[in-house]
Design a protein around this ligand. Structure first.
Ligand code: IPE
Ligand code: IPE
Ligand code: MG
Length: 253
């Protein structure tokens, strides 16, 4: 059971997969005349809080956009700090993840990560592989376009090897060739810090995802803000291109 106020939520209608663009760490720090890295450190506390809250709510899938393919172009010092925070996060959280039955997946080009980070990530993935309460997809060195390019290459290789015919490439074939193959598409995308863009996050996967943007900066995004996002989601009318069912007219009308 959750130890925060969920009274506004219908627990039977929670999303199955929440994806989050964790943005605004730098601005959080700048507003306090701190270095951007301080903002990332505080952002790590939000990651812990939101992972735990997701597990307590019983939502089975969470995707966290932690580092994009474009983020490699940031100043070396900031990239190094982010990498070392990721390594420390994995090291300090692993026991809690085991206790909470959280499984970790890496989504993105992990071959670009420094070896020490990759080792920590590999060991977290390996140790948590049988945990079934919550799957957390950590998107690191992830780009939505790169994901689609890799899927196209993988399908092309299957065609070349004679295992797949081009006419058999369908939406399901593309989906299972993406980094998110083992997860359903997100029901809800949350972006913090007010930016109204996708920034090369899941491009294929967000086709019918409900989008919620909050002005809260990521280090300020905790349980209360999460519940607010979920409550907004529950007010949405998800039509998937169809029309809403009309209520049957009563004979008296
Ligand atoms: C999000 O915060 C973290 C990463 C992208 C790694 P930012 O670092 O983008 O913070 P802002 O957007 O500059 O405030
Ligand atoms: C998106 O945030 C990437 C992550 C949160 C990891 P950015 O801060 O990199 O995106 P832009 O530059 O505002 O589009
Ligand atoms: Mg940003």
């Amino acid at each position: 059971m959750a130890d925060f106020d969920t009274s506004v939520l219908d627990m039977a209608r929670l999303p199955q997969h929440v994806a989050i663009i964790m943005d605004g760490n730098g601005r959080w720090a700048q507003r306090r005349s701190m270095s951007r890295v301080e903002g990332h450190k505080r952002g790590k506390d939000s990651v812990r809080a939101i992972v735990e809250a997701t597990r307590k709510l019983g939502i089975p899938y969470l995707s966290l956009f932690a580092f994009s393919t474009e983020n490699w172009q940031r100043p070396r010092r900031e990239v190094n700090a982010l990498m070392s925070l990721l390594r420390r996060y994995l090291r300090t959280e692993i026991e809690r993840m085991m206790h909470n039955e959280v499984r970790v997946l890496a989504i993105g080009d992990v071959s670009k990560l420094p070896p020490s980070v990759r080792d920590e990530l590999d060991s977290a993935i390996e140790r948590t592989r049988d945990n079934q309460r919550l799957t957390v997809g950590l998107c690191v060195s992830y780009g939505g376009r790169e994901d689609i390019v890799n899927a196209a290459r993988a399908l092309g290789a299957e065609v070349e090897a004679g295992r797949l015919r081009p006419q058999d490439i369908d939406e399901a074939a593309v989906s299972r060739s993406l980094g998110t193959a083992s997860m359903p598409d997100p029901d809800l995308l949350i972006r913090t810090s007010g930016e109204m863009r996708i920034s090369n996050f899941y491009l294929w996967q967000l086709a019918y995802t409900e989008i919620y943007v909050t002005d809260a900066l990521w280090p300020d995004f905790r349980e209360a803000q999460y519940v607010e996002a979920l409550a907004h989601y529950q007010q949405r009318d998800r039509r998937f291109g169809r029309v809403a069912e009309e209520a049957p007219r009563s004979a008296a009308q």
